[in-house]
Design a protein around this ligand. Structure first.
Ligand code: ADP
Ligand code: MG
Length: 405
């Protein structure tokens, strides 16, 4: 099979997806905006061809360049596992007549207003919401929905420029964060804990599913630099709120007519014991979350996904053996990493339960913690017992410190 993969080198998990597709027998043709020699070695090793395009945002130009590059060859799949390219992939599919998600369907996974309209129309509980394209429209949407509200870019990701406003004065004070967007979504504020519901589907059937828990909620994690945010893959999916979230997830996939590939949904569980839809993306969860799923079951979903996508079968085990936590670290201070304290003690104390450490080395420039959840590095820990996993994760949060100067 001939597969076009957009952004085969970035973010960090893409080389593994590229390898998975090639291991499953596909010829993978990469498209992205960097020169070929700058692609990660694993990506280069598994590509059968590569096209450098000037800029992913100029979608029409990319579509034309890809079509010209493909010529009379047949392409079987166009894949993008990275949010900013999901719509572009759909445009390329339509231009080349390749099966898979088209532009209209992809829009429902990118536009938060459209997404919630479809989900709500299917009888699924989502935050009350309205789109706004002007300040006046934003104020009137806020009044109509009622404070407190959440305001976010219509096609945002990673909590960028997303904020809560408690009243009109608060909204006015925070307007500067969204004036550069053409359109924002205004939503009823949902109080509650946040979970993910992740799947791999084949022709509308869920063949793999996963739930993660966010500690704390992403908006809090993205608003406070001192926090070491945690994402935890939950071993036991039987608690009622998780079962309710999974059932909602199935309804959402059906309402949006999702067919084949990876999905990443988020939902709230409120103090009134209600589950509320948050959002859904037609791609895997980012920030190394696929690794958590792999560590949870000792499987390789990079290869498993490729099998589902290319062959319509799925052979990975779905047994859940561990709770797995990813703890993201943010250095204290600005500039370059100057010291890492507490790592040896963490490794000695928790031994086999620490399964992966990926911290910036001393001397490296700090990453922008607002732009990338991975921040200055992360540690993955796992344990069959939930509380033990949380305790180890908290120890990594409090006892491991990166310093910058
Ligand atoms: N309606 C809402 N009520 C409460 N919190 C919200 C709401 N919408 C978003 N948030 C918070 O903001 C975060 C980011 O919003 P989300 O819709 O997931 O967009 P994205 O992750 O694409 O930036 C959520 O994880 C949640 O913490
Ligand atoms: Mg989100």
């Amino acid at each position: 099979m001939n597969v076009i993969m957009l952004a085969p080198g970035y973010p960090g998990e893409m080389p593994y997806f590229c390898r998975g597709l090639s291991v499953q027998g596909a010829k993978v043709y990469g498209v992205s905006d960097v020169v070929e020699s700058d692609l990660p070695p694993m990506t280069r090793q598994h590509l059968s061809g590569y096209l450098k395009v000037p800029n992913f945002q100029d979608e029409d130009t990319v579509v034309k360049m890809v079509a010209a590059g493909v010529g009379s060859n047949t392409i079987d799949r166009v894949i993008c596992m990275w949010e900013p390219g999901v719509l572009l992939a759909a445009k390329i599919r339509e231009a080349l007549g390749v099966p898979g998600m088209g532009v209209e369907q992809a829009m429902t996974f990118r536009n938060k207003d459209l997404m919630k309209q479809k989900v709500t129309a299917a009888g699924i509980r989502a935050a009350r919401h309205a789109g706004a394209t002007s300040i006046a429209g934003l104020r009137s949407a806020a009044e109509q929905i009622g404070f407190p509200i959440i305001v976010k870019p219509m096609s945002g990701a990673g909590s960028m420029d997303t904020f809560r406003a408690n009243d009109m004065a608060d909204l006015d004070a925070k307007l500067a964060r969204v004036t550069r967007y053409d359109e924002v979504n205004v939503e009823e504020f949902i109080e509650g804990e946040e979970y993910t519901y992740d799947t791999i589907c084949i022709d509308g059937k869920v063949v793999y599913e996963n739930v993660c828990f966010y500690r704390p909620n992403p908006l809090a994690a993205r608003s406070n630099e001192w926090i070491s945010p945690q994402t935890l893959a939950v071993r036991d999916l039987s608690p009622p709120q998780i079962q309710a979230g999974i059932a909602m997830g199935h309804d959402v996939l059906e309402a949006l007519e999702f067919k084949t590939g990876f999905t990443h949904m988020e939902f709230f569980h409120t103090p009134k014991d209600e589950v509320v839809f948050g959002e859904i993306a037609a791609r895997p969860a980012g920030a190394q979350t696929v690794d958590l799923m792999n560590y949870c079951g000792d499987i390789d979903l990079f290869v498993g996904y490729a099998e589902a996508e290319l062959k319509g079968t799925f052979s990975c085990s779905t047994e859940r053996k561990y709770n797995v936590a990813n703890i993201f670290k943010r250095a204290i201070g600005k500039g370059r990493i100057s010291r890492i304290a507490g790592l040896d003690s963490i490794l000695n104390r928790f031994g086999e339960h620490i399964v992966h450490v990926d911290l910036l080395p001393i001397g490296a420039d700090r990453r922008n913690w607002i732009l990338t959840l991975v921040s200055d590095g992360y540690v993955v820990v796992r344990h069959p017992d939930w509380q033990a996993c949380c305790d180890i994760a908290d120890a990594v949060g409090t006892d491991l410190t990166l310093y910058a100067s």
